[in-house]
Design a protein around this ligand. Structure first.
Ligand code: NAD
Ligand code: GDU
Length: 330
């Protein structure tokens, strides 16, 4: 069963590609390298440079590689950018996903795993969030992903495409063996940015908002290790291949950490101090997002191996140091 991994040159997609290679499963990567890196794709894995919205290209890839399942990571991911450029986000995340789903249907691909997000949930629901919590995205990013979920649900009913939409909470960390990590220098994610500050690559960290209705006033998120997330995708592929019904499932640990707690963890684990500057709230940020992951556990049999904030931070820091060494060597 060849798996087409879109966005496989990106952060999460490269970890999924590694997970499939480790299991000896055939895989092909499609990525336009807009935010991904050619070097993130393991040696020997076929790579096609192009856009998921290019139906002619995707049709050819499906036919030439005998693709039987698609894992769709490709997309634009920065919540505040989606607030300033909503139409760009609807184009890359929604319109091009529609084209990819159409290519899957036309090419006879029967299984599809989609990168959705906790950003599809509205604010104010009681936590932890189950998949049945009200859907009312705060940001265009969340809306662009929710629209793709809806297209998949309809395509599944109409064309028999079985899908799993995995709603990731906050993905962080790096491959424990140091083979992959978050490489984008322009990354905006808290653990990445704090790791860069700890490694001396940034002079400070801004803390966006201290007046949220949370225990310490800063936003609360459910941070999940990227390797545990890749494992959930492998299980989702196996579940669908075994005839499992289409599903939507949260991917998180069910426990929240505040921005202050994350910063403390990064300082503790790195042993480095860095400047933390209070800053205004960032557009599109909900106060708190914590998953109820029981569906992924019961339906997919998912059990995390790295459910520990300091471990996640330790792997992110190790990757950051590796990147810094490579930069110094370049
Ligand atoms: N990182 C998180 O915390 C998080 C949380 C929830 C959901 N997600 C979702 O997971 C997926 C992967 O995120 P990531 O953190 O690895 O981001 P990333 O930017 O590292 O990876 C995205 C990859 O997709 C590629 N890409 C973008 N548009 C493309 C297109 N039209 N055609 C082909 N390739 C394209 C990029 O070059 C990149 O390699 C995204 O869909 C994102 O929305 C991420
Ligand atoms: O320099 C920074 C960066 C972030 N934050 C804060 O840290 C928290 C987490 O922010 P991230 O940017 O790390 O992550 P988001 O919660 O904004 O978004 C991430 O998780 C979401 C789901 O929860 C989406 O799926 C999205 O793709 C992904 O980027 C937020 O309160 C943010 O304001 C800071 O204070 N300073």
């Amino acid at each position: 069963m060849t798996v087409l991994v879109t966005g496989g040159a990106g952060y999460i997609g490269s970890h999924m590609t590694l997970a499939l290679v480790d299991l000896g499963r055939p895989v092909v990567v499609l990525d336009d390298l807009s935010t991904g890196f050619r070097s993130a794709i393991p040696d020997g894995v076929p790579f096609v440079e192009g856009c998921v919205g290019d139906e002619e290209l995707v049709g050819r890839v499906i036919a030439e590689h005998g693709v039987e399942a698609i894992v769709h990571f490709a997309g634009s991911i920065v919540v505040p950018d989606s607030v300033t450029d909503p139409l760009g986000y609807y184009l890359n995340n929604t319109v091009r996903s529609r084209a990819l789903i159409a290519s899957a249907v036309a090419g006879g691909v029967k299984r599809f795993v989609f990168s959705s997000t906790a950003a599809v949930y509205g604010e104010g629901s009681s936590e932890p969030l189950t998949e049945t919590a009200p859907l009312d995205p705060v940001s265009p990013y969340g809306a662009s992903k929710l629209m793709t979920e809806r297209m998949l649900a309809d395509a599944s009913r109409a064309y028999g495409l079985a899908y799993a939409a995995l709603r990731y909470f906050n993905v962080a960390g790096a491959d424990p063996e140091g083979r992959a990590g978050q490489s984008s220098a322009r990354a905006t994610h808290l653990i990445k940015v704090a790791s860069q500050a700890a490694a001396g690559l940034r002079d400070k960290l801004q803390m966006f908002g201290e007046d949220y209705p949370t225990p310490d006033g800063t936003c609360v998120r459910d941070y999940i290790h990227v390797t545990d997330l890749a494992k959930a995708h492998v299980l989702a592929l196996d579940y669908l291949a075994a005839g499992g019904a289409s599903l939507v499932a949260n991917c998180g640990y069910g426990r929240g950490a505040s921005v202050r707690e994350v910063i403390s963890s990064v300082k503790r684990v790195s042993g480095a101090d860095f400047l933390v500057e209070p800053a205004p709230r960032r557009d599109g940020d909900p106060a708190s997002l914590v998953a109820d992951p029981s569906k992924a556990r019961s339906t997919l049999g998912w059990t995390p191996d790295h459910d520990d904030l300091d471990e996640i931070v330790g792997h992110a820091l190790a990757w950051e140091r590796r990147l810094a060494e490579r930069g110094a060597a370049a």
